[in-house]
Write a protein that binds this ligand. Structure first.
Ligand code: ADP
Length: 329
């Protein structure tokens, strides 16, 4: 039997290189591997766990859905859904899951603590339940493989715990989902500190950026004198070299490393070449996206079909859980 794959992204607007390299690349690799059955989703219910704008939420959902299709997720090969089309089943399952997890365990999560710091006035039950909603996203399809960035590892650990508990207490046969890692599992911020993220201003390059924008963004990446005894392993220069490796290959990175301990790196040239390499990868994605923007009926149909295909699997899982938990079927 094919192994099932589930991955989702929150509707935070256009995707950036972190989403692309850390998650989408893995989604694409698994979609094209005949050993896997792939299901992907835009998780709009997750968006309501932190402050958000209800009037623009569905536009953001569409933006991410279009980016999914533009990077090459293929509705012929993968079921691609909007989470709230299956809200009745997924939120229901996450509520059942909340009965096997303690409040103490959920409050202990580093991702929860981070969010509490970020939004001290928005510490809701929904926020505490976020990882259980994610566990439901995955386990509703009994998916065992999840292509997401390394930052999602604590949430996957929760999904594994939920699976174990549901299996032990109620005789379910949930797999313990593991992360499918890509080469870009942690894409750093171009500003030299932390990860590339939507919520950190100036940290990201977006999939829709044109060459001039990429050049302008990279200009802000901090550098040094360009030479020294050892190549930096963290900070702006280290991050630039990581981008060189991701977009121009390892050999190019080694050339720059040799230059750093030798005649010196000219960052102006490095940034220009890097910007061109990034844009070369983004350009075909942007062309596909433009075509999709002109065909909203097609996108609507794909959303509907994705939901129908996924619903059949999800209904069976929820019915099984209800029966095993002693609820009416
Ligand atoms: P963001 O962090 O920009 O809000 P999400 O939390 O919606 O993005 O993440 C969507 C997917 O992209 C997840 O699989 C996440 O692990 C991945 N991801 C996000 N940022 C990065 C990054 N800087 N490096 C690698 N993967 C990332």
């Amino acid at each position: 039997m094919k192994k099932r794959v589930l991955a989702g992204m929150r509707p935070t607007g256009r995707l950036h290189l972190g989403n692309y390299l850390g998650a989408a690349k893995g989604m694409l690799a698994l979609q094209d591997d005949p050993d896997y059955e792939t299901l992907f989703t835009v998780v709009d219910i997750h968006a309501i766990t932190t402050p958000y704008d209800a009037t623009s939420l569905q536009q953001s959902v569409r933006d991410v859905y279009l980016d999914y299709l533009a990077v090459g997720l293929d509705p012929e090969k993968s079921a691609i859904t909007v989470q709230s089309d299956l809200a009745d089943l997924i939120t229901q399952l996450s509520f059942y899951f909340s009965s096997v997890m303690t409040v103490a365990r959920m409050r202990h999560l580093p991702t929860f603590k981070d969010k509490v710091k970020q939004h001290p006035d928005y510490v809701t039950m929904a926020l505490l339940n976020y990882p259980l909603l994610m566990a439901a996203d995955i386990l509703i399809y009994k998916a065992g493989m999840v292509p997401v960035g390394i930052d999602q590892e604590p949430h996957l650990e929760i999904a594994r715990e939920v699976a174990r508990k549901m299996n032990e207490q109620y005789g379910m046969d949930f797999p313990e989902p593991v992360r499918f890692a890509t080469k870009g599992e942690y894409v750093p911020s171009i500003l030299g500190e932390g990860k590339m993220s939507k919520s950190v201003e100036g940290s990201a390059i977006e999939l829709g950026d044109d060459l001039d924008t990429i050049v302008a963004r990279l200009k802000k990446a901090p550098t040094d004198s360009g030479k020294g005894e050892t190549v930096p392993t963290e900070g702006g220069v280290a991050n630039l070299l990581q981008f060189v490796e991701l977009f121009q290959g390892e050999a190019k990175r080694r050339e720059y490393e040799a230059a750093y301990v030798g005649e010196g790196i000219r960052y102006g040239d490095l940034k220009k070449e890097l910007a061109e390499a990034i844009f070369a990868e983004l350009q075909p994605i942007q062309e596909r996206r433009r075509k999709l923007e002109n065909n909203p009926e097609y996108v609507d149909r794909m959303m509907r079909e994705g939901a129908e295909r996924s619903r059949a699997i999800a209904e069976a899982t929820v019915a099984e859980v209800r029966e095993k938990m002693g609820l009416r079927k």
